[in-house]
Design a protein around this ligand. Sequence first.
Ligand SMILES: Cc1cc2nc3c(=O)[nH]c(=O)nc-3n(C[C@H](O)[C@H](O)[C@H](O)COP(=O)(O)OP(=O)(O)OC[C@H]3O[C@@H](n4cnc5c(N)ncnc54)[C@H](O)[C@@H]3O)c2cc1C
Length: 380
Amino acid sequence: MEFFYCVSKHQITDLLYLRIENKRMDSTKKIIIIGAGLTGLTLAYYLSKTKHSFKIIEARKRIGGRIYTKVTNNSAPIELGATWFAKQHTEALKLVKELNLGLFEQILGTTAIYEPISTSPAQIVQLPKNQEPSYRLKGGTHQLINQLASHINNDDLILNKEVSAIINENDKVAVKTKTCTHICDIVISTLPPHLLVNSITFDPKLDNHTYQIAQNTHTWMGESIKIGFSYKTPFWRENNLSGTIFSNVGPIPEMYDHSNQQDNLYALKGFLNGVYYKVSKEERCELALRQLEKYYGKQARYYVNYEEMVWKNKEYTSTEYGDLVLPHQKNGDAVFQNSYYNHKLWIAGTETSTDYSGYMEGAIRSAQRVMNSIKKRPQN
Ligand SMILES: Cc1cc2nc3c(=O)[nH]c(=O)nc-3n(C[C@H](O)[C@H](O)[C@H](O)COP(=O)(O)OP(=O)(O)OC[C@H]3O[C@@H](n4cnc5c(N)ncnc54)[C@H](O)[C@@H]3O)c2cc1C
């Protein structure tokens, strides 16, 4: 039996009516997930264990969304998106274990370079023993994404197709890309809500309250700039230093040792102040090097690779806000716990989670919430 129809616009209505009787007999659902980030892939992984059939439609040519590990030959993999897991991230840790992935502790060290004020030189400060270390995934955070994706048939993952419209039609939903209209029983968005209402049109429109909340929902890390330098040697470990930097002066406010778990490929990775999103990659690199040179001397300039990601410039993550929107604003709002179009449309994604929203934990919890709701969904 055909599960999803990719049809031209004028065919939709005919197909809908022709197939309605068949579908009523069918207890399994045809589900479309929009977005192949952590939420979308976790949902797909859970759905792969059920009788429901599903497809994921992803706008980018790659999977992972805000998880993006840059892998280069002979250099430490650089996390340009999510990196750290914490002990409280219980659902993420469970999933990591279930997928047979391993963690290793983030090196913080016992000392850090601390630059409190521009008029005084940087200092070396002692760090207290870290009671709650954070953890990185062995091989890079993309291992989580790849493992989840390995449970999904290639045919069920559609890359490089941007969803532009969701249309509620009788007891079906139509999900439109530029070239195709997919008809399904349930559609789940995993886009950051602010991006969702600014890039996808709804017919009929979402109610005004939901629309306004989504407009004012912060996209976690949407303004951040990640930078990473790989090096032949971990020179920052000389003189009992650790690679950890905290600076109020910047442009790098924080940076850490980012060597691989085998400790044979070396790197420093951190954030660059988000105000530098408009300058060129070369300028950002030079700004960062000047700061590192101040702390570590000329050797900081002899890097092997420079990697960066300016998330504010990434169309499938960020869009401009109309008003001032504060970090985590409206994350986990009650409107995201509802379903729409008579239980046919769900809004998932880390920003919709009531707990740990913004983090990988929130993404996984949002996938679990929607899965549980679909299981309880009244049958048509
Ligand atoms: C720099 C940075 C550092 C971070 N550090 C950490 C950390 O250390 N620990 C932590 O727990 N979390 C961290 N996070 C947060 C973590 O990355 C997110 O919580 C998580 O990856 C969100 O997953 P998601 O699937 O909900 O959203 P996303 O990853 O944003 O996925 C949404 C997907 O939808 C796709 N999409 C967008 N528009 C369309 C469209 N129109 N049609 C089809 N597809 C579309 C996107 O391409 C994307 O793949 C960090 C994030 C960033 C950016």
